[in-house]
Design a protein. Structure first.
Length: 365
């Protein structure tokens, strides 16, 4: 396990925030910097380094919850949980050894297990943060029994730091499954989508699915008997060294992700036929989440991708711009007017001077 550092930098971060507010200096909130490529380019004048704010505030394994400072390395938290046969219910990508818990929440990326267990947002129990006026605010609680109804803490998941500087984060944790198995079979994309739709109607212990290069991968988690029964339903052959495959998928180290071609992430209805999302210039996609997540590579027309994704009940994100300039209206699909107004109201409430990560989520926020 990586060394667990205890360092409370709240007072120092508060002082830096207050000074920036007084000077109207915009801040680029940064932890490990491993997800700096995600979202719109940073345009802040000064970096606010949160990575030194580290340590476990509270962890009692029997409560299935943990509270840590936002700069704590994600790998350190995962190693600590593993000592108690526990894990985060979602499966966040690190994109580098310096990844932090605060960056994980701010990015809101949940990994292959997301549709079968939880998202980052689902697992956030509470947060302590600095708003744009340098005031510390607490939302939610530290354990599951303290949370009821809608909670502003969950707004922080995927907000890319535009609402506040995360100080502490409380998260649900889950027991590690008794057993895991990955089954792989040769399958066309259309055939895979049919099977995934059929299996979705049944309560099968899936923890991940992927289709790539003519192969369908299905990961299971549960008891030995449950894995055996599901194997009989799903078919395919057990995959050796499957953990390495899923880690490389999560961390985007598979050959599909090689090179500097732009990477698009499409969230759509799971059963959307492959032909409905076929774009000139794009090769075969990588498909996750039972068909709901489609990755495409290439210098593709943003408007066409967004229109196709919208027709399929979802949206398109330029996940990694690679060698191209992001669209003028941002890497995320522009918001509908009513939703945009809600975002602006939230930004005004949390950061009235607009100094926190300006433009990272949407160009006008």
């Amino acid at each position: 396990m990586a060394e667990l550092v205890e360092h409370d930098s709240e007072a120092d971060l508060t002082e830096q925030m207050s000074a920036a507010r007084e000077a109207r200096t915009s801040l680029d909130i940064r932890g490990g910097g491993t997800k700096g490529f995600y979202g719109n380019p940073a345009r802040a004048a000064q970096v606010l380094d949160v990575s030194v704010h580290q340590g476990v505030v509270a962890y009692e394994p029997t409560e299935l919850a943990i509270t840590v400072r936002a700069g704590t390395p994600l790998a350190t938290v995962e190693a600590l949980l593993a000592q108690h046969d526990q894990e985060l219910p979602f499966e966040p990508p690190h994109f580098g050894p310096a990844a932090t818990v605060g960056g994980m929440v701010a990015a809101g990326l949940s990994g292959p297990r997301r549709p079968y267990a939880a998202s980052v947002r689902d697992a956030v129990l509470g947060v302590r943060l600095l708003n744009g006026e340098g005031k510390a605010m607490d939302f939610g609680g530290r354990v599951m029994k303290n949370v009821a109804g809608y909670d502003l803490s969950r707004l922080m998941a995927g907000s890319l730091g535009i609402l506040g500087v995360l100080l502490n984060v409380s998260l649900k944790v889950a027991p590690v499954p008794a057993g895991r198995m990955t089954l792989v079979q040769e399958q066309t994309l259309d055939g895979a989508l049919v099977l995934l739709k059929r299996w979705a109607r049944r309560a099968l212990p899936f923890t991940g699915t992927a289709w790539l290069d003519g192969k369908l991968y299905v990961r299971l988690g549960g008891s030995e008997e449950g894995l055996k029964q599901t194997h009989q339903i799903v078919g395919g052959l057990p995959m050796p060294d499957a953990d390495a495959f899923w880690t490389d998928l999560r961390e985007q180290r598979l050959a599909f992700f090689d090179g500097d071609a732009p990477l698009w992430r499409l969230s759509v209805r799971p059963a959307t036929p492959a032909t409905d999302l076929r774009i000139d210039g794009a090769g075969e996609p990588l498909v996750e989440w039972g068909g709901a997540l489609r990755w495409l590579r290439g210098e593709l027309p943003a408007e066409q991708l967004r229109d196709r994704a919208k027709t399929a009940g979802g949206h398109a994100t330029l996940f990694r711009p690679g060698r191209v300039e992001p669209p003028a209206d941002g890497v995320f699909t522009p918001l509908e007017p009513v939703v945009a107004r809600l975002h602006h109201n939230l930004k005004q409430a949390f950061d009235p001077a607009g100094i926190l990560n300006p433009g990272r989520l949407y160009p006008d926020l």
